[in-house]
Write a protein of this length. Structure first.
Length: 314
């Protein structure tokens, strides 16, 4: 039997934690009793700089329940950093990551373990459908996956960060030292044998989502700019196109001057200048985003800093 570590990143989840703790304790006890995983298997909670009572709840529960352990990051490093902190700082044969809101079906973890035993190194949790999402969220999510595919980035459709990996897959994941994290695209780059489990996503039962529209858009852009240079190529293509249009406009002015002796239409000239200035600013902004990512990568700052750990030593 293999040791399983379930990693759960937490950020201000005091309202949801009682349900999460109860559910994960029952699940882990059942898997151990059914001899699916080793008795040394654990559920690891990573507190990603919460400002509510999340850490105090985890600290109390970890001292009571030997199946639980937790680490507290020194500040908020983000969801992706919290996931890596849980995996990289703890030893196991299998690592499963799932969000604390349990909207991803925890029961799928049993099926994931079985697929790992069948010889897979990575098992992705994939949503069957998006009927519970609003039209806007469903439309933007589908557009994002199609855009990523068009840009040449390999991502698993309708998969977030609910997955299971073997020890050797995690060891290879450590070979990717990127600071601009987007695990949905990094994990497939490992390339080991993989499979999928499908589930229906359920509504959050307590607390509020930690990914409002602003964060979702920032996350999507980070994924695009971290894994594709197509936006930079589009800037180049746009530059050639605008130069061609500019040359055509100059030719038109010369023809009008030869025919009429004067060039009229200052409004069109101002409009073109304004349009081209806007395009230039957008182009500079896209280039600036890539330069900023280079700046972050070159500094090589740590992905996370663990301030404190707690577990039951029984």
């Amino acid at each position: 039997m293999k040791k399983l570590l379930i990693v759960i990143p937490c950020y201000n989840e005091e309202e949801m934690l009682p349900t999460t703790l109860k559910t994960m304790s029952e699940l882990m006890n059942n898997m151990i009793a059914d001899k699916l995983v080793a008795a040394t298997s654990r559920v690891h909670f990573t507190d990603d700089g919460s400002t509510d009572k999340t850490w105090s709840i985890l600290e109390k529960e970890c001292k009571k329940n030997p199946l639980f352990e937790a680490s507290k990051l020194s500040r908020n490093f983000g969801h992706q950093g919290a996931i890596l902190a849980g995996m990289y700082d703890n030893d196991a044969d299998m690592y499963c990551t799932i969000d604390a809101d349990l909207q991803d079906d925890p029961r799928c973890i049993i099926e994931m373990v079985k697929k790992i035993d069948e010889g897979n190194d990575i098992v992705y949790g994939v949503r069957k459908k998006r009927d519970t999402d609003t039209f806007f969220k469903r439309f933007t999510a589908q557009a994002f996956y199609k855009l990523m595919s068009w840009l040449g980035v390999k991502v698993i459709y309708n998969h977030a960060d609910f997955r299971m990996m073997t020890r050797r897959a995690v060891e290879q994941l450590k070979q990717f030292p990127e600071r601009n994290l987007f695990l949905r695209a990094v994990v497939p780059l490992v390339g080991y044998k993989s499979d999928m489990v499908y589930y229906d996503r359920t509504p959050r039962t307590a607390g509020e989502t930690k990914y409002p529209l602003k964060k979702m858009l920032a996350f999507a852009w980070n994924g695009i700019s971290s894994f594709s240079i197509v936006p930079l190529r589009l800037v180049t293509i746009m530059g050639f196109l605008i130069s061609f249009l500019g040359a055509c406009f100059v030719l038109k002015i010369l023809l009008n001057y030869n025919a009429h002796g004067a060039v009229s239409g200052w409004a069109s000239t101002v409009t073109l200048i304004t349009l081209f200035s806007g395009v230039q600013m957008i182009s500079l902004g896209i280039i600036g985003e890539y330069i900023a990512k280079i700046f972050v990568e070159v500094k090589g700052r740590p992905l996370y800093i663990v301030e404190e750990k707690v577990k039951n030593n029984e």
